[in-house]
Design a protein around this ligand. Structure first.
Ligand SMILES: CC(C)(COP(=O)(O)OP(=O)(O)OC[C@H]1O[C@@H](n2cnc3c(N)ncnc32)[C@H](O)[C@@H]1OP(=O)(O)O)[C@@H](O)C(=O)NCCC(=O)NCCS
Length: 180
């Protein structure tokens, strides 16, 4: 964890649409925001069996960013297991999504239940270096918000390191506001 201040963000979910089931079954479903979806990319819910692929994604996605801790693949695997084991609140796999192409996960949004706030929490949003800035983060986050809305959740929170511009922009463009 870096020493840079981390800021809490919140989004009111009451205006978010519930999922479009017709779209959710199609390849790269929910990726309507994508200008150029990667060939064969599929968007789906996270499974516990994704742990290894998520660790590889995490190591790659954070590399060189504000939140890079120069960790190893084992460190990333431990972090993914902390998420799956509920150390960041009960994982909400039905509201957590990946975009995969073949065996690789290109991007993921992982959601848990933040007990202290009694609200869903976007625990991780990450996109592989080679797949950044083509809309995957936006598409997956939008999908997660719709799924959360369908659970009846009225708000969702996130915590972002100040100065993590890609993350700040991604969340603010999606409607999150900093909690003052
Ligand atoms: C944050 C992150 C998930 C964004 O994923 P992404 O798939 O690249 O996001 P998108 O392509 O949907 O971009 C959405 C918007 O975010 C902003 N953004 C993304 N990357 C940016 C960058 N490098 N600089 C400035 N803004 C950026 C832009 O506003 C962008 O929209 P635009 O391309 O139309 O201008 C990705 O950069 C990442 O994995 N970062 C490392 C992990 C991390 O810090 N996660 C957040 C904390 S959990």
């Amino acid at each position: 964890m870096t020493d840079t201040p981390r800021c809490e963000y919140r989004l009111d979910l009451t205006h978010v649409d519930a999922p479009d089931t017709a779209q959710s079954a199609s390849p790269a479903a929910g990726a309507r925001h994508l200008a150029n979806p990667p060939d064969g990319a599929v968007m789906r819910e996270v499974r516990a069996s994704d742990a290894s692929a998520l660790a590889e994604l995490m190591l790659d996605a954070y590399s060189g960013t504000t939140d890079d801790e120069n960790g190893t693949l084992d460190d990333a695997a431990a972090e993914v297991h902390r998420f799956l084991d509920g150390e960041y609140g009960d994982p909400m796999l039905g509201s957590s999504f990946v975009c995969e192409s073949g065996e690789r996960i290109l991007s993921a949004v992982l959601t848990s239940h933040w007990c202290e706030r009694d609200t869903p929490f976007i625990c991780f949003a990450m996109t592989s270096t080679a797949s950044k800035r083509i809309g995957l983060g936006t598409a997956l986050l939008s999908r997660a918000l719709s799924a959360l809305r369908a659970t009846g959740a009225s708000e969702v929170r996130a915590v972002i390191t100040r100065g993590n511009t890609p993350s700040e922009q991604l969340f603010m463009r999606t409607g999150f506001e900093e909690v003052k």
